[in-house]
Design a protein around this ligand. Structure first.
Ligand code: CTP
Length: 396
């Protein structure tokens, strides 16, 4: 079950070269089980054809306010009533200006004005047009009207310039659409999360790492953000791109992770330690590459600080959540860890099933006992974990 299965999404396209990304977005949405209806402005039809969008969405594409095939001849009302969200991607500078003023001289702008559901806009334009005070004024107005602005990103532009105004990628827009359907269970809360492995240097080119990919930690960060929290993600080395709209602090060693967490924990309402932190580090990290010798060498290790334990032991500690990756005796070890680290909640999984995989299975241990979260994609488990945390948080 995806977050948007069965949701009715009205995808609007205004005129811009980024219209080609709307084709990919339509495909992602339909693959995720959403019902997609497409409305295009006249300018959008110059960049991509309605035939393409019809083939990808599996539904007729609407372009005309005066479409006589709509039974009551009111396409704008008909279309805007039957959807759960309206997404306009690309949203051109002209289209933003129109909406900011409440103008409605074509089907897309009219149904945006007539809608009763949330509206998400993914702007796409040249960087000068984006930076123009008129556009910025319009964006301020639109945000004030409760309309969500997705992006844009900075980067290479079709016009050959480089800067702000590139439309988000289809995958990123999909994530924002999924986020808009999530209940804001952590609205107003600040959540600090550790994720990924740590890397403990032996010399300048070698070190001790582990096989954590960071996938679960990043899923938890995304789920917390989607639940309305202000998220800070302290991340060990991973290949993942941080979800949009959160603060990411990159660290390498356990000591760096400890320092980054301790510098920020006072402001956190919730701390979730998902990182696979190395328990030990080489006593001495050489400042040059070690040369091969003839015999054995001995690596002396010393303990790393326990980040979760230290956070939980603080006065006014945030609500602390630990992760336990075990290879056997899951229940006994996880519950023992919960008591030893004095945290109210531990999410336990079997390490051999968890590391690097897309799916996982969690067992939550808290004061009430044991709660199984059946095998599911990591983002679904992360959302269930966030919902569990929200239920346990002290009510103010
Ligand atoms: N953790 C931490 N700092 C450490 C080690 C672990 O914050 N130095 C956190 C992890 O992020 C996780 C939890 O503690 O939330 C459990 O980590 P784990 O390494 O499994 O626990 P240990 O107490 O180290 O037990 P063991 O390695 O013996 O299983």
């Amino acid at each position: 079950m995806t977050d948007i299965r069965g949701k009715r999404i009205l995808l609007g396209l205004s005129g811009g070269i980024a219209a080609y990304k709307a084709a990919e977005l339509t495909r992602l949405l339909t693959l995720a089980g959403a019902e997609v209806r497409v409305v295009m402005t006249e300018a959008a039809c110059r960049f991509i054809t309605p035939v393409t969008m019809q083939a990808l969405s599996g539904n007729p594409v609407h372009t005309d306010l005066w479409d006589a095939s709509v039974p009551n001849n009111m396409a704008h009302i008909e279309l805007s009533r039957g959807c759960d969200v309206v997404v306009v991607a690309p949203a051109s500078a002209d289209f933003l200006a129109k909406l900011a003023l409440g103008l409605c001289d074509d089907l897309l702008s009219t149904l945006c004005l007539a809608r009763e559901c949330p509206l998400l806009l993914a702007p796409a334009m040249n960087l000068q047009m984006w930076g123009n005070p008129a556009t910025q004024r319009n964006l301020k107005q639109l945000r004030g009207d409760g309309i969500a602005i997705l992006g844009p990103a900075s980067g290479d532009q079709a016009c050959g310039e480089v800067g702000m105004g590139r439309m988000l990628e289809a995958e990123e827009i999909l994530e924002e659409i999924e986020a808009c359907f999530q209940p804001k269970l952590l609205g107003g809360k600040r959540v600090l999360i550790t994720a990924g492995p740590t890397f403990e240097p032996i010399d300048t080119v070698r070190g001790i790492a582990n096989i954590s990919s960071g996938k679960m930690g990043y899923a938890v960060a995304r789920a917390a953000r989607d639940a309305g929290a202000a998220v800070t993600l302290v991340s060990g080395p991973t290949a993942f791109v941080a979800p949009r709209g959160l603060e990411r602090i990159d660290v390498s060693s356990a000591q760096e992770m400890y320092d980054a967490v301790m510098a920020r924990v006072a402001k956190a309402d919730v701390f979730i330690g998902v990182a696979a932190v190395a328990d030990y580090r080489p006593k001495e990290a050489r400042g040059h590459k070690l040369k091969k010798g003839t015999g054995e060498i001995t690596l002396q290790l010393q303990p790393n600080p326990d980040i979760l334990g230290a956070v939980a032991a603080k006065r006014n500690a945030p609500f602390c959540v630990g992760f336990a990756a075990e290879t056997e005796n899951l229940d006994t070890y996880a519950e023992a860890k919960r008591r030893r680290k004095k945290v109210p909640l531990i999410a336990a999984n079997l390490a051999q099933h968890a590391f690097g995989a897309d799916d996982n299975q969690l067992v939550l241990f808290d004061d009430q006992g044991r709660h199984e979260l059946p095998r599911a994609p990591k983002i679904a488990l992360a959302r269930a974990l966030i919902a569990h945390i929200a239920r346990l948080l002290p009510k103010k």
